[in-house]
Design a protein around this ligand. Sequence first.
Ligand SMILES: *Cc1c(COP(=O)(O)O)cnc(C)c1O
Length: 761
Amino acid sequence: MRVFGSPVASSPRQDNQPAQKIHLDFDRFTPSFRRIPRLCMHTHPSETVEMIKGLRALAQNIWWTWNQSAHDIFADLAPRTWHLHHHNPVAVLNEMSDAELRVRLFEPDLARSVRAVLAEFNAYINAPSTWVSRHMPALAQSEIAYFSAEFGLHEILPIAAGGLGVLAGDHAKAASDLGLKFIGISLFYREGYFHQSINHDNWQAESYTPLKPQNLPMDLVLDPLGKPVICSIELPIGTVHFCAWRVNVGRCPIYLLDADLVDIPGAPQNPPQARDLTLRVYGGDTTTRIMQEIVLGIGGVRLLRKLGHVPEVFHMNEGHAAFLTLELTREKMAEGMRMADALAATRSECIFTTHTPVPAGHDRFASELISYALGRMEKDLKISHAEMMALGQEDRTQPDSPFCMTVLALNASRSANGVSELHGKVSRQMWQKLYPGRSENDVPIGHITNGIHLLGWMKASARQFWVGHLGKVAGELSNGDQFYERINHPDFWKRIEDEHFVSDEELWAMRYRLRRELIEFARVRMVHASVNPVDAAHYDKVLSVDALTIGFARRFATYKRAPLIFDRFDDIVRLAKNTERPVQFIFAGKAHPADNEGKKFIQKIIHLSEHSYLHGSLVFVENYDIHVARHLVAGCDVWLNNPRRPLEASGTSGMKALCHGCLNFSILDGWWREGFDGENGFGIGDDSHPDDVAEQDRRDSDNLYRALSEEIIPAFYNRDAQGIPRQWLRRVRRSIASMTAQYSTWRMVQDYARKYYLPPA
Ligand SMILES: *Cc1c(COP(=O)(O)O)cnc(C)c1O
């Protein structure tokens, strides 16, 4: 099999071997070469050719998103293009001819950093020893297929709607770092997730821009003859063909299935209805939805087989992909197994992670729709429609009980888990009905608390700071290739408790720098806002670089209660307008296009931000995405999270705040119930919640206000003679030391490997 580069940028990578085997021949860029004195370091023409090839390969691997030097090289090559194309190295290189690159590489500094980065990239891709090979050799050869309806890898590839997708992307990055043979499966949504703007009624408007594969870090998957690999699936609308795009995430591939074959040369064509199946993330009605999920689950397995993969584990990230279990069962029956045995064998290969207790988060399909969309599968599995329904029904005694994807996933997996301790418990309660006769504690759903990919989220200025301060230990961090291991270790972060490594003054200076970066980012966004943009002359009237800055950004699902803090509006205005101790708020987030209640929340917050009392102290930053998230979690002093407990299964944005010295301020739900120790941030309420929703809202907004006015503001503004908030910084140190490594995907994927990926004894 071969993978061709995009038609414009001829990628040098032409094989479709599993990423681990890719060998880029950069031997000439070894450290000894780098030691040649600068004066005689004329770049040899053949070396330049290799470097250009190397840069193009680097752009086609998401690895650059967690390597600062790689990032800096692309930004430096064409700064305006970099900016205009939302930090896209493929677009930068597409604009640059080999001739220009050749000349640019005459710059000794540039050539030197390109050489160093390519050496680091090569060492990473070909590392002979990884965490998995050292600690879990039993898994070293096992392929783990990970199915997810969304992957959030970087803002240039907007195929995620929120935290679920970002988690999947961070899982993939850590799987690569650890050396797992991870293969991601998802869909290539040609229009991705929507771009948010705000209209004159302060109402969210959605727009879609077609994504251009040739300008993205993805390659069409080709067969050995150079023809696109095409799989197909029988749907009621006819046979649907799809191709696949490969996204390289370090050592691991993610394959994105795509039913829009119009510009794929030599591919069979689909009718428009079928082409649109992979148009948008969670787009269309339930009929579109079920067919999308058939393409993801069943189509994903077919693609893996066509590429010759035999994964030992199929990991379903949420129920969307659960139809894969039907395809695995069908395969076994085609080889002669009986249905019951085939299903049992499938169960032994599958694991399932459930991500939400919110009912709307679990897909349910009516019986007629299942019969319409999966009629062919019922025949292949030689089961009646009632038997098919029984695989997914919550209540089998009710013939019209709908087909629930979570139920199918639970029925067809050897293990299942929630994403925090509390969520595990809530899930056991929720699904106990599927396990008659078992007590709640015996319901086979465990938990692994989520994490984030630390290097992928750490802002450049924070990374520089930590390397400079906590990396100052003899012999450490000299050698870039193992950096990602050390920085994920709790011992690295424990050093912050020792003032010898970082003084309060230095830590406070870093906080100022990060806050300044955020405020400037938010101001620029306000100048370009879709309604009532800020006049550039009054730019500095928006937000203050000295004020206590509270951030809230995530999907505007109603259970997350974005406007809760404004329930006590007059009190909040008083806090915001206190000239001695001002507080300011930055909000961002998208509501699902069909969620009018979520849109009302957005409207309310923007309306309040225009209120004269809060003008300049409350801003709503449009079009929340990974890029906006990165600025917000780094620059805020306080990261607010006030979901209706226990509906936030984990939450991850607060974890991204940790390594930036931003303190969490949250309801004790999801991960925060485990992370909070009383001194490493701030809690809202306690480890309980009333059943009555209105009462809960009231209680939470009172507790929120009390903690803000009595704990947070005094701690932030209590300064010594040098103007340093010592007490605040003690919390910052404790937050960083106690949680940064714990809530990383480096830890999380290790937990998955040990608890769930290893075959049961
Ligand atoms: C991290 C992240 C999320 C998840 O935020 P929660 O607080 O867990 O809801 C959602 N969207 C984006 C873009 C993110 O980066």
